[in-house]
Ligand binder design. Structure first.
Ligand code: ATP
Ligand code: MG
Length: 342
């Protein structure tokens, strides 16, 4: 039997994951869920352990992981989040962050123009290097002469493999987003790998945009994009932008994957949202759609499509949490999706 690890995590994480599990049970997936509900900030504060070796082995022995959110205002050091998320991303080498932005219902888009609302793109974000590699430090810290440096790490290996993934999922084309006119060294390496990837994939239409222009175009003409491939930090920012333009971060799903091993960690794009935790209004659709992505990746495409259709029908019927303009609670949205599944 297929085993899926579940890490509900912190804040609204457990609330939205509960609904994802309810609807996946309703689908009759027959999957076994190994729920690690002790992996959270409270455990870290008590024991100093973010993710134990035993838990890591449980994760890596499973078919995939569904994660709620990691983060808590009581934990000020980055050690906790790094210990869970970054450990999973780096030790399982989940080098692709795949974030679809697809409009679930026209009413949700903040864009007026109907033309622009036909949003159906994927942001492929490099997930293991770039500006978030954690290399750097502060010189003359505390003085008025202080200098802070964060190095951006780009390797041929890292760029090449994420570009290859982007080309492998292209339907209408691939757009490279960088800032090679200003960030020279990394920019030229991305450009070199891009030129090689294009040669290997001559049939795929390609475009290139600087990140500032890409941000503009994601608002002015988001429907023109298919696959956007970019580095860790630009991908972080552009995928939040794309999620909002496509109707709101509460319904956005993401996957951290290693296309070679097939392993994936699926999580809603939103974080722990401590401001609304415990109030029952968290939107569970991002978590539910992350579950659908997981199902698709482990070979259950039909169930994934059924779940996605049920989510769309729920949104179209206006059965949403307040962030999407509805008045339902988290559990009621889960129940509505379940009802749509029939
Ligand atoms: P973290 O540090 O874990 O990323 P955060 O404080 O940045 O947490 P996010 O989860 O990134 O919070 O979300 C930002 C804001 O968007 C939240 O404060 C919340 O008001 C809103 N929000 C996020 N997710 C949801 C959701 N699922 N449903 C409703 N509102 C949400
Ligand atoms: Mg956040």
């Amino acid at each position: 039997m297929s085993v899926i690890t579940v890490i509900p995590g912190d804040g609204i994480g457990p609330e939205v994951i509960e609904q994802a599990l309810v609807v996946m049970d309703g689908l009759g997936t027959g999957l076994e869920f190994d729920v690690l509900d002790h992996v959270n900030a409270s455990t870290f504060l008590r024991t100093g352990v973010a993710l134990s070796d035993v838990d890591f082995r449980r994760v890596s022995a499973s078919q995939g992981t569904l994660l709620g959110a990691v983060g808590d205002p009581r934990v000020t050091s980055s050690e906790y989040a790094r210990g869970v998320l970054l450990r999973l991303r780096s030790d399982l080498d989940l080098y692709v962050n795949h974030r679809p932005a697809r409009l679930l219902d026209a009413r949700l888009s903040p864009l007026r123009d109907e033309q622009r609302r036909n949003i159906d793109c994927v942001i492929v974000r490099e997930n293991t290097e770039g500006l978030y590699a954690g290399i750097g430090g502060i010189l003359r810290s505390g003085s008025t002469e202080a200098v802070a440096i964060d190095a951006e790490v780009n390797t041929y290996y890292g760029i090449d493999r994420v570009l290859e993934y982007a080309f492998s999922i292209a339907r209408r084309g691939v757009c490279l987003v960088d800032k090679s006119n200003a960030v020279r060294s990394g920019g030229s390496l991305w450009q070199r790998c891009w030129a090689e990837a294009k040669q290997r994939n001559p049939d795929v239409p390609v475009t290139h945009l600087y990140v500032d222009a890409a941000a503009m175009k994601l608002v002015s003409d988001p429907a023109s994009f298919d696959v956007i491939v970019t580095n860790n930090s630009y991908g972080d920012i552009l995928s939040d932008l794309a999620a909002e333009v496509a109707g709101g971060i509460g319904a956005a799903a993401s996957a951290n994957i290693n296309p070679h091993t097939g392993y994936g960690l699926y999580e809603p794009v939103h974080g722990s949202a401590p401001d609304i935790a415990g109030t029952g209004v968290a939107n569970p659709l991002g978590a539910i759609l992350s579950g659908a992505m997981l199902l698709a990746r482990i070979g259950r495409e039909e169930q994934a499509r059924a779940l996605t259709r049920a989510v769309e029908a729920t949104v179209t019927a206006g059965r949403c949490t307040p962030d999407l303009g509805g008045d339902l609670h988290t559990k009621e949205v889960g129940a509505a999706v379940l009802a749509e599944l029939g």
